[in-house]
Design a binder for this molecule. Structure first.
Ligand code: ZN
Length: 266
C-alpha cells in the first residue's frame, strides 16, 4: 500500500484503499444467485452491471476507523437491507407525525432512538470525500463538488477537533427515507426543486447538503445537526425512481448505448 499524506489527518501515513461510498453498500447490492451478481450502475451512458467500485488511496487506517466509528457503521445498519429497513421501522413506531404534500414528517426522532449526529457525520464524510479528491481520474479534472470556505472547518469537525460549523447561511442537512429503494449513488447537484443542494443516496436514505442559500423554509426543521424539531421527512420514491430511470434509458438509447433487454426489467 502506498505512503502519502492522508487527506483527513494531514499526516504522512500508509494509505488504505478508501471508498467514496461504503464498501458495505456494494456488498448489499449484489444479486446473489443470478448469472451476473454485480451491483447495477446507472449513469447517463445507460445501465451496466459492474464490480467496479469508486475507490482510491486517500485515508490512513486511523481515519478510516474514525469514519466507521462515528457514522458509517451505524448508518449502514439503518439503510434498506435485504433483512429489513431499520430506520423506516423505527419511524413507523412513532405517533408524532404529520402528512403533507406526499411526505410524512416524523418529529422529535431522537426520542425514538435515532442517532441524528451519527447520520450527519456519515453524510458529511461522504460530501467531504467528494469535495477533496478526484475519484474518477483521469477523466475527472475538477472535484464533484466544492465546500469552499467550509472545507477546512468541516475537516476539523470530521477529525473531532471542532464542532460542526453552524450559523446563518451555513451548511445544513436534511434526510429523507425513501421506502423500497435499493439504489445508491454518489453526490450530485440537486434538481430544480432544490437547486442549491447536493444530494446522495444510500439504499433508501437520501442526504441533502444545503449551501449558503440555506434549506427551503418548510424543511429547515429537518436539519440533522441543528433542526430543532428533529424532523425526518419520508416519502415513497417508487414513481420518481421509475421516472428517472426511464429518462436515463431514453437518453442512453439515443446515444446507442442502450441494451433493449433492460426495458423488460423495468
Ligand atoms: Zn489520517
Amino acid at each position: 500500500m502506498p505512503v502519502g499524506i492522508c487527506k483527513l489527518c494531514l499526516q504522512n501515513r500508509v494509505l488504505e484503499d478508501s471508498h467514496l461510498l461504503p464498501a458495505a453498500l456494494y456488498r448489499m447490492s449484489r444479486w446473489e444467485g443470478s448469472a451476473n451478481p454485480n451491483p447495477m450502475l446507472i449513469s447517463s451512458r445507460g445501465r451496466v452491471q459492474t464490480s467496479k467500485q469508486i475507490k482510491d488511496y486517500v485515508l490512513c487506517h486511523d481515519c478510516e476507523q474514525r469514519f466507521s466509528r462515528n457514522g458509517e457503521r451505524y448508518t449502514m445498519l439503518q439503510v434498506n437491507r435485504k433483512e429489513g429497513f431499520k430506520l423506516l421501522q423505527t419511524l413507523r413506531t412513532s405517533t408524532n407525525m404529520r402528512s403533507a404534500g406526499g411526505f410524512t414528517f416524523y418529529y422529535e426522532t431522537s426520542a425514538l432512538g435515532v442517532d441524528r449526529q451519527k447520520l450527519a457525520y456519515f453524510a458529511m464524510s461522504v460530501f467531504w470525500r467528494a469535495a477533496v479528491h478526484l475519484w474518477h481520474r483521469p477523466e475527472q479534472k475538477e472535484p464533484m463538488m466544492r465546500l469552499g470556505v467550509y472545507e477546512e472547518p468541516i475537516r476539523k469537525y470530521l477529525m473531532e477537533e471542532a464542532p460542526f460549523p453552524i450559523g446563518n447561511g451555513d451548511p445544513s442537512f436534511c434526510l429523507y427515507r425513501l421506502p423500497r429503494s435499493e439504489v445508491f449513488y454518489q453526490p450530485s447537484q440537486g434538481n430544480m426543486e432544490m437547486p442549491y443542494t447536493w444530494t446522495f443516496q444510500t439504499r433508501g436514505l437520501n442526504f441533502y447538503l444545503s449551501g449558503m442559500e440555506g434549506m427551503p423554509p418548510h424543511l429547515a426543521g429537518a436539519c440533522l445537526i441543528n433542526g430543532t424539531k428533529e424532523i425526518i421527512a419520508a416519502r415513497s420514491c417508487e414513481e420518481k425512481i421509475l421516472d428517472a430511470t426511464m429518462k436515463i434509458m431514453i437518453e442512453a438509447s439515443k446515444r446507442g448505448n442502450h441494451d433493449p433487454r433492460d426495458t423488460k426489467k423495468l
